[in-house]
Design a protein around this ligand. Sequence first.
Ligand SMILES: [Zn+2]
Length: 371
Amino acid sequence: MQLIARRYDTGLPVRVEIAGERLAGITPCADQPAERPPWIAPGLIDLQMNGYGGQWFCDRELTPEKVARVVHAMDAFGVAQFCPTVITESFDVLAHAMRTIVATCDQSPETARRIVGIHLEEPYISPKDGTRGAHPLQHCRKPDWNEFQRLQEAADGRIRILTMAVEFDESPEFIRHVADSGVVVSIGHTSAEPDQIRAAVDAGARMSTHLGNGSAATLHRHRNYLWPQLADDRLTAGLIVDGHHLPAEAVKTFVRAKTPERCILVSDLSGMAGLPPGRYDNKLCESEILPDGRLVVAGQRETMAGASLPIGTGVANVMRFAGVTLRQAVAMAVDNPAKLLKLKLGGIQPGEPVVLFDLDEQFEVRTLLLS
Ligand SMILES: [Zn+2]
């Protein structure tokens, strides 16, 4: 099958050849298509997603089949590669999740290509309300290098990102160990003082996890943990641009401060994403999907409990909110995360995953072609 599409980076028309579910060829063409053709871009990369359709990665009953189902559910969103994100739990549940994700990759080379690493979002986070977000208090704990090494062993070395609070006395030394081991240390769910943020970055932290979320409702106007993260060019910011987690003005301000090159879009998809509105008695926290799609801690409407919209929504929103181009927005969901994890990108060509999509108000995926 052949069709005409437009390249996301140049806007120029290209003839796309598709064989089965693969890209077979792409050549520049001079034809002006009669209708508005779809856009073509590299498959998206999501560094933070917790599950989908009622399934969490952080689940004591996780099986390779359940992981594989979530992987395939990402096709509909144009997500070619991602980091399953495992959140605050007991050591046994975390280790089980690691081993199961490894087993899934061992069973299928295709899944192994799509799971580019595990994102361990904690358990070393602030126990404070607000900052902790929806994470259960009893499992928040201080950084422990021995425990982290045991988890990395269970993960067969696949943990690539560790989100952590950085206000503990042990933080700088722990961060040095983790960063030296090749894992990206990301600052998140923290209530650190500005000098503790600086010390964390000096020790090797390179990312901010969902900057502006997992944060207290009120902060000191000057001495808080946002300014130093915005100002430090060594930090790349993960942003949830679903229209609910951050107001448009905050997104614009963050993107201007960090520059588009230091921003990464993440979905932070909850395991409950894809379920209809209602109250869910989840083992991690009692949550509610509101009729407008927001996912909150049940019984109130302020504290978010994860997200329900895919990363492509962020591509469309960040163009509107921050005035960036399609090329820049896609880079925030492809090039920038790849650079952080040192992934090799092959561009738009056979052998590489690509996504065909429409973009009017929303990012509408037509198809994801895997390599
Ligand atoms: Zn979080």
